[in-house]
Ligand binder design. Structure first.
Ligand code: SAH
Length: 394
């Protein structure tokens, strides 16, 4: 590789890199040598000239996201190896050529050694979200990796980075980088879903709830189920398939409600009464007259940064309190948080505060998290964003 720009760290800041944490904060940088611009590949050194890592530079609080802790001679080769490793892991965990599930996360950012990159696989279409210019500038490389791995099974590659990167990178459109719009139906544990990667949220579907939906199904028989923040109706479809007595889905987005209705129709679940409500969940819980045996609370990330953490914790408390007020005795609540900055302890604290206020006996039956196709590096606890509790409320 041509000579790369160098970033020299302050002496007392090298320990985190030596412990394989993949981020270098701007305050850790002592000096920079060479032309270091947004998106550049840089080498990171100690003050004594010891090589530490190679990463991608972004002029922000997290200045470097590390790609490798070993010298890199060929960046295309490094990307390909990472894609191959990621694919191999999905094979190992049974998600490749699986007749019942043909959608999964192929690249989970730091968890697959490619910070700021998400690639989700939907039965022949790969949907990319690059969260930094460095990755955005390397989309061709990413498409090449996908072609090598999937060969003829790859029908299309859709770039959805504009949705997350538009402001900083001056890009305005999401587009197909390979192939074109094609069938968008997937299977998840045998349930059918239409994925709208073009207009839907994130890459189109919340793949991270796959296993939690299957766990929910175990609790649903003959139950009156309320699925809040339902998006495309994932939990609702599983609940209905599992023999719920009734399912209500609530989401503030009309698009989400449309998707929910389509997905329910697709699975021929006509026998179970279902009703969708396009409403704010907080208002719905306050005003509705129904009572439920099982409530799912899966809100969007209430905190996007550490500054909003306290407010987010208060919002989790309020939401869970409303569900504790509503749920029947011997009821079950599946409650989630996907805010990265709200850790398990904060989240459980918020739920406990809500339980105290409701004065109801509450037991924890299970702790839930993200599935194996959303791996996290053990050195990067920030990667474990999804947490959930299954609660019995008497
Ligand atoms: N449980 C879903 C994912 C939820 S994503 C699944 O398994 O696929 C969060 C959803 O909450 C989004 O669809 C968003 O439209 C909705 N939402 C956000 N704020 C809301 C609010 N205050 N009331 C109702 N829905 C809301």
């Amino acid at each position: 590789m041509p000579d790369l720009a160098k970033i020299i760290l302050r002496n007392h800041k090298i320990d985190a890199v030596k412990r394989f944490h993949p981020w270098i904060f701007s305050g850790a940088i002592k000096e920079m040598e060479g032309e270091v611009k947004e998106g550049a590949i840089v080498e990171v050194y100690s003050d004594q000239g010891e090589y530490l890592a190679t990463g991608l530079y972004n002029p922000s609080n997290i200045a470097v996201k590390i790609l490798s802790f070993q010298k890199v001679s060929d960046i295309a080769q490094l990307f390909l190896e990472k894609f191959q490793n990621a694919y191999q892991l999905r094979q190992q965990i049974g998600l490749v050529d699986n007749p019942k599930t043909n959608c999964y996360r192929l690249i989970n950012a730091e968890g697959d050694g490619l910070p700021s990159l998400i690639v989700d696989w939907y039965n022949g279409t790969a949907v990319i979200q690059a969260y930094s210019l460095a990755l955005y500038q390397r989309l061709d490389l990413i498409v090449d990796c996908l072609k090598t791995i999937y060969a003829d099974n790859l029908r299309a590659v859709y770039d959805k980075s504009a949705a997350v990167l538009a402001k900083s990178a001056h890009i305005s459109e999401n587009k197909y980088l390979f192939g074109q719009k094609n069938g968008n139906e997937v299977l998840e544990f045998g349930h059918r879903f239409i994925i709208d990667w073009e207009k839907g949220q994130k890459t189109g579907f919340f793949l991270d709830q796959r296993e939690n939906r299957a766990i929910l199904a175990q609790y649903c028989q003959n139950k009156r189920v309320l699925n809040t923040f339902s998006y495309s109706g994932g939990f609702s479809v599983y609940a209905m398939q599992a023999g719920a007595a009734l399912v209500h889905s609530v989401d503030s987005s009309h698009g989400a409600i449309d998707l929910t209705e389509k997905n329910i129709a697709l699975n021929n679940l006509g026998e179970v009464p279902h009703q969708s409500y396009s409403a704010d969940v907080f208002n719905f819980l306050r005003d509705c007259q129904e009572d439920y045996d099982l409530i799912v609370l899966d809100p969007p990330a209430f905190a996007k940064s550490i500054q909003s953490r306290h407010q987010a914790v208060m919002a989790y408390k309020r939401l869970n309190y409303q569900a504790f007020q509503k749920i029947r005795p011997q009821g079950i609540i599946f409650t989630f948080s996907c805010s990265q900055v709200v850790n398990e302890e904060h989240f459980q604290g918020a739920v406990m505060a809500a339980a105290i206020e409701s004065a109801r006996p509450v037991r924890i039956l299970a702790r839930l998290s993200q599935p194996a196709d959303h791996p996290t590096s053990i050195y990067h606890s920030e990667g474990s964003y999804l947490k959930g509790l299954v609660l019995a409320v008497d």
